[in-house]
Design a protein around this ligand. Sequence first.
Ligand SMILES: *[C@@H]1O[C@H](CO)[C@@H](O)[C@H](O)[C@H]1NC(C)=O
Ligand SMILES: *[C@@H]1O[C@H](CO)[C@@H](O)[C@H](O)[C@H]1NC(C)=O
Ligand SMILES: *[C@@H]1O[C@H](CO)[C@@H](O)[C@H](O)[C@H]1NC(C)=O
Ligand SMILES: *[C@@H]1O[C@H](CO)[C@@H](O)[C@H](O)[C@H]1NC(C)=O
Ligand SMILES: *[C@@H]1O[C@H](CO)[C@@H](O)[C@H](O)[C@H]1NC(C)=O
Ligand SMILES: *[C@@H]1O[C@H](CO)[C@@H](O)[C@H](O)[C@H]1NC(C)=O
Ligand SMILES: *[C@@H]1O[C@H](CO)[C@@H](O)[C@H](O)[C@H]1NC(C)=O
Ligand SMILES: *[C@@H]1O[C@H](CO)[C@@H](O)[C@H](O)[C@H]1NC(C)=O
Ligand SMILES: *[C@@H]1O[C@H](CO)[C@@H](O)[C@H](O)[C@H]1NC(C)=O
Ligand SMILES: *[C@@H]1O[C@H](CO)[C@@H](O)[C@H](O)[C@H]1NC(C)=O
Ligand SMILES: *[C@@H]1O[C@H](CO)[C@@H](O)[C@H](O)[C@H]1NC(C)=O
Ligand SMILES: CC(=O)N[C@H]1CO[C@H](CO)[C@@H](O)[C@@H]1O
Length: 545
Amino acid sequence: MMPQGPVPWAYCSLFSLLLLVCCLLFPGTQGQASPLRLEPQDPVVPTGGSLLVNCSADCPNPKGIFLETDLFKKLVDNGPSWSAFLLSNVTSDSDVICVGLCNNSQITSSTNITVYRLPKRVELVPLPPWQPVGKNLTLRCQVVGGAPRDHLTLVLLRGEEELSRQPALGEPAEVTVTVLARREDHGANFSCRTELDLQRQGLGLFENSSTSRQLRTFALPMTHPLLDASRIWEVGKESNVSCSLQGVFPVSEAQVHMALGDQALNPAVVNHGDMLKATATVVVRADQEGAQIVCNVTLGGESRETRENVTVHSFPEPILYLSKATAPEGTMVTVTCMAETRVKVSLDGAPITAPGQPAQLQLNATESDDGRNFSCKAWLEVGGKILHKNISVQLRVLYGPKIDQAQCPQRLTWKDKSYQVLRCQARGNPVPKLQCLKEVSRVEVPIGIPFLVKLKHNGTYHCQAVSPRGKTTMVVVIGVQDRNASSVTICIAVLVVLGLVTVAVALLYVFRMQKRSGTYPLKHGSTSLPLTSRQPDGLAGEEPS
Ligand SMILES: *[C@@H]1O[C@H](CO)[C@@H](O)[C@H](O)[C@H]1NC(C)=O
Ligand SMILES: *[C@@H]1O[C@H](CO)[C@@H](O)[C@H](O)[C@H]1NC(C)=O
Ligand SMILES: *[C@@H]1O[C@H](CO)[C@@H](O)[C@H](O)[C@H]1NC(C)=O
Ligand SMILES: *[C@@H]1O[C@H](CO)[C@@H](O)[C@H](O)[C@H]1NC(C)=O
Ligand SMILES: *[C@@H]1O[C@H](CO)[C@@H](O)[C@H](O)[C@H]1NC(C)=O
Ligand SMILES: *[C@@H]1O[C@H](CO)[C@@H](O)[C@H](O)[C@H]1NC(C)=O
Ligand SMILES: *[C@@H]1O[C@H](CO)[C@@H](O)[C@H](O)[C@H]1NC(C)=O
Ligand SMILES: *[C@@H]1O[C@H](CO)[C@@H](O)[C@H](O)[C@H]1NC(C)=O
Ligand SMILES: *[C@@H]1O[C@H](CO)[C@@H](O)[C@H](O)[C@H]1NC(C)=O
Ligand SMILES: *[C@@H]1O[C@H](CO)[C@@H](O)[C@H](O)[C@H]1NC(C)=O
Ligand SMILES: *[C@@H]1O[C@H](CO)[C@@H](O)[C@H](O)[C@H]1NC(C)=O
Ligand SMILES: CC(=O)N[C@H]1CO[C@H](CO)[C@@H](O)[C@@H]1O
């Protein structure tokens, strides 16, 4: 390498020389070898700005250096071979030419001034109010002003993400980009940005952005909402209607409209995921016969609707009545069940009458009919469906008073000082009042509750049942046995029996002893002693019974 050292050096000097020649020649390209220079070359200035240009000649004694331009110019300085001018109010691109005389021949040099301007307006064309998911969306960005255009780029953005980058062409410049709308684009902010790149000119990068626009995307399935309502509606009755639709996005933005004919319902809407469900309660009116029930879901300017015909009917309860709600026993009672024409009725299982015909039942009121329920069933056929209603009524029969022999014993034998209950019942409607009074003394004996029986209760009683319908009496004889008299008799009887047994045993013993020992009179007295002493023991044992 060392021996070759001088070679690069030589190259370098040659290169410098060439450069110098170039520099000297280049400014005068117009005039070929013309040694006239105009500086700076191709400057970029902000609009309305000013620029100092220097025109210098390399020939000896140049003459008449002047500047040819539409711009407002002012000579600010000059030397023997140069003149400096201040160009002001530069508002448009312009070509500036410097003219001079060198060796009596005219030479020229020119420079192109470029004006740069920031865009006046950058705007993203309004987005549709609602954009269907899965459809293409065209974003359009418009730019007014801005120069130089070949350095101006338009960028379309979704949030911070660059969707497209295109040069600005035309005035106003417009660029478009098509994107497929997605669910996740709901709420995304789209915007447009201009970039004026003057970095090569040493001026930097100028950016301007449009205001962002928020996109609303939506999805509404092509299917109809599912309407869940009864087909048969009864006038005046409350019914629930529900309407649901799956795959709605964003479900919270969807609007549900429900109506029965021209009556708007006020549904409560609940959402589960992308499932929408609206429910409403309706009370149908008689004049809504033939009305349709409608459910429509609206989102993003589109709607899906379901309509259904409903059958409105009125089915008043049948009328069931008794000729007498309260009938005395033995009188005739008529039960009648009536309903509207078209309605069939049946009373207490009797055959069904022709529609509109009343059903009747006649009966001779008896005691057993008191509290009897009569029921009437009504049938109505609506829209191929059979509806029915039931109603019942209760009959009251006035009867009695009556005392059943079985429920009131006529003869009773009770022991004195024992607790007893006099069971005696009277029947009747109204319920009779029952009283048992003793003959003559008119002492009352309690009925149905325990009482202490005394001798004074012995006697004949008149048990009388009284109701507003009359009275009835039953005679009850109560015999009271004197407890003391009977126990004394028993005691005496027991003592007598015991005495006889004792005597018999004693005699048997005496006979045996005499047989064994011939005559042994001494034992006679000794045997009788324990026998007599045993007697009171036996008595004491019997006494409590
Ligand atoms: C104009 O150019 C000449 C020659 O290059 C130089 O001598 C002179 O100072 C310049 N004038 C101004 C104002 O820059
Ligand atoms: C600049 O030039 C424009 C037209 O080119 C003119 O309307 C304006 O008055 C000028 N401004 C000045 C300060 O000279
Ligand atoms: C200036 O622009 C014109 C056309 O606008 C062109 O013909 C000319 O060559 C340009 N001059 C320079 C020095 O670039
Ligand atoms: C959306 O636009 C692209 C091209 O930009 C096209 O290929 C595609 O088929 C379009 N899709 C729809 C759904 O229009
Ligand atoms: C879009 O802009 C609005 C208002 O400037 C802001 O509330 C919202 O969060 C932005 N959306 C996204 C996805 O950044
Ligand atoms: C462009 O941005 C500049 C600052 O970079 C600002 O002064 C100018 O007002 C903006 N122009 C528009 C149209 O927004
Ligand atoms: C209607 O809906 C309400 C609340 O969900 C419920 O309480 C009511 O029983 C329903 N009525 C009928 C007739 O189904
Ligand atoms: C859904 O209901 C709204 C409000 O009544 C109505 O304006 C719209 O036309 C209905 N949509 C259809 C498809 O009928
Ligand atoms: C509903 O009723 C209308 C007349 O009110 C009739 O034209 C239509 O066919 C009915 N629709 C259905 C599904 O029965
Ligand atoms: C009802 O029956 C009773 C006895 O069973 C009879 O005495 C009475 O006359 C009857 N009444 C009528 C209206 O038939
Ligand atoms: C109880 O009364 C009956 C007659 O009613 C009578 O014959 C009987 O002697 C009476 N008994 C007593 C213990 O008084
Ligand atoms: C310096 C220079 O170029 N001088 C020239 C001026 O013009 C005459 C004739 O036009 C030439 O002879 C000179 O050489």
